[in-house]
Design a protein around this ligand. Structure first.
Ligand code: HEM
Length: 229
């Protein structure tokens, strides 16, 4: 217990917490995208995948509680580091744009909070089912929850698609800086690998942006039909 308290008290310890929780959240977003892309294989694939995930309630709830704890640790540690940095520098820089910082790095805190708002919206949408309730209760020919039709009909609503695309833009900004920054916090970034790590961070963030937006756009443009004959 003492070790945990001393890790949280030191700024380096908190940077490690940010890096490790950030890496786990990046892992989740990547696996989630791979799962969701099965929508392009048709209703049978994505509905079977969703049924598998929902099948064991003990595993599902352990995963949900674990993921929430990781997200909470990431957000509270970020806010505590930000408040500490502000307290250490009560007088703002003369030039409000610090040198060597790009848009993504300057928007980590506010962008991160917008991203959090998007995740709440997303959970209310597909997990709780209050954003677009009419699409939540379809079942397919095998009596499984028709997750394919739920997603496609939802994204055919322009307001919902717009919210998702905006959320993905915030996710892109956050990941493109966050992935490279976590290497730095773990002490893995040096002059030789700096360019490679920053390139990887931007590419990974772009793949996540592209993959998720492709789902919303394919449904909106009816490339993916709501009902497959
Ligand atoms: C177009 C993009 C996305 C689609 C189509 C999508 C789709 C889904 C679906 C169908 C569910 C299952 C809900 C359920 O059955 O309970 C879900 C859950 C979830 N999604 Fe997404 N998602 C997308 C993007 C994201 C992003 C970018 C994040 C995080 C930054 C995210 C985080 C979550 C979380 C935390 C859950 C809850 C898992 C659970 O209920 O246990 N999703 N998503």
């Amino acid at each position: 217990m003492n070790i945990i308290i001393s890790i949280f008290r030191s700024s380096i310890g908190r940077k490690y917490i940010m890096a490790v929780t950030g890496l786990l959240l990046f892992g989740f977003v990547t696996v989630h995208l791979i799962g969701n892309l099965q929508i392009f294989l048709g209703p049978d694939h994505i509905n079977a995948y969703a049924a598998l995930l929902q099948g064991n309630k003990l595993v599902l709830w352990s995963f949900r509680i674990g993921l929430s704890a990781i997200a909470l640790a990431h957000i509270t540690t970020a806010l505590s580091l930000t408040l500490e940095n502000r307290a250490a520098r009560p007088v703002a820089y003369l030039n409000s744009t610090p040198p060597y910082s790009d848009f993504a790095s300057r928007t980590m805190v506010f962008g991160g909070l917008f991203l959090f708002a998007f995740i709440l919206f997303h959970l209310l949408h597909f997990t709780v089912g209050v954003v677009h309730p009419s699409v939540m209760h379809y079942t397919d020919a095998k009596e499984r929850h028709d997750v394919y039709r739920m997603m496609v009909e939802s994204f055919q609503n322009p307001a919902i698609s717009l919210v998702y695309i905006a959320g993905m833009a915030f996710l892109y900004l956050h990941l493109s800086h966050g992935i490279s920054s976590l290497f730095q916090s773990l002490g893995l970034k040096n002059r030789n690998y700096k360019g490679l790590i920053e390139g990887f961070a931007k590419l990974a963030a772009f793949v996540i942006l592209f993959g998720n937006c492709a789902i919303a756009i394919a449904a909106f443009t009816k490339i993916l039909p709501a009902v497959v004959k």
